[in-house]
Design a protein around this ligand. Structure first.
Ligand code: GLP
Length: 242
């Protein structure tokens, strides 16, 4: 694992953007794995600027998102479909038909998980972007998820729903279920960058890097991946040995 420690959130976004920009410059037809949550928003902003300044193009880029809430209409403002559209896709020169998120209507959720997994199995993500939950989850792989899982339906932990509540009006509105790439899908990516900012991530970051590789801290599996870079700010890295 390569560790990059910078001062603050803006520098996390800057360092991450350099890696994505290098990837798209050297391989303009890259397949990117994308994350949602508040953490990658600054990175997406920098990619939008680089695209508008014609430093990079997304014309030949394909994307796969990690996850989506179950049961929220795709047009719901807090669905990850809408998040990605507003935070990135609508502002860059990507072909929308090359962007992929799991479909999420509750009546067909198992078929959707299988269909998304089939898509992922027929491709290989060049660069996967990850955030991390305060309980060490990646995508929506909650603690206890078997490392062998492929795309599946997950019941979200109360803590995860509380952490994500600020995007909604109340806890009741936060969906209880989601569809997520499994750890096995994530580990197939050629290269992974994980971004973390803020003191509430410091415990998970410490356990991910220095703890045992255990299903109770899903991100700890990344210790077994050959090409992971963790980009974090002072606060997120504050529990690491100096
Ligand atoms: C959600 C997403 C994760 C993300 C996590 C952290 O659970 N499914 O992919 O990493 O939130 O979110 P934030 O970046 O807002 O702290």
């Amino acid at each position: 694992m390569k560790l990059i420690i910078v001062k603050n959130y803006d520098e996390v976004s800057e360092e991450a953007s350099k890696i994505v920009i290098d990837q798209l410059t050297s391989h303009p037809n890259s397949i990117l794995g994308l994350a949602t949550g508040s953490t990658p928003i600054g990175l997406y902003q920098k990619l939008i600027e680089a695209n508008q300044m014609k430093k990079i193009s997304f014309k030949n880029v394909t994307t796969f998102n990690l996850d989506e809430y179950i049961g929220l209409d795709m047009k719901h403002p807090q669905s990850y479909h809408q998040f990605m559209y507003h935070q990135l896709f609508s502002k860059i020169d990507i072909n929308m038909s090359n962007t992929h998120l799991p479909k999420n209507d509750i009546n067909h959720m198992h078929e959707h998980a299988k269909a998304y997994n089939d898509l992922l199995s027929n491709t290989k993500i060049d660069l996967q972007i990850l955030g991390i939950g305060s309980n060490g989850h990646i995508g929506f792989n909650e603690p206890g998820t078997p490392f062998g899982n492929e795309t599946f339906i997950v019941k979200l932990e109360e803590q995860t729903r509380k952490d994500n509540m600020y995007f909604f009006n109340s806890l009741e509105e936060v969906p209880e279920y989601a569809i997520t790439m499994g750890i096995k899908n994530i580990m197939r990516s050629k290269k992974i960058i994980l971004l973390a900012s803020g003191i509430e991530k410091s415990d998970a970051i410490y356990k991910m890097i220095y703890g045992d590789v255990t299903e109770s801290i899903p991100a700890s599996v990344l210790q077994l991946h050959p090409n992971v870079t963790v980009i974090m700010d002072d606060q997120a890295s504050s529990k690491l040995p100096k």
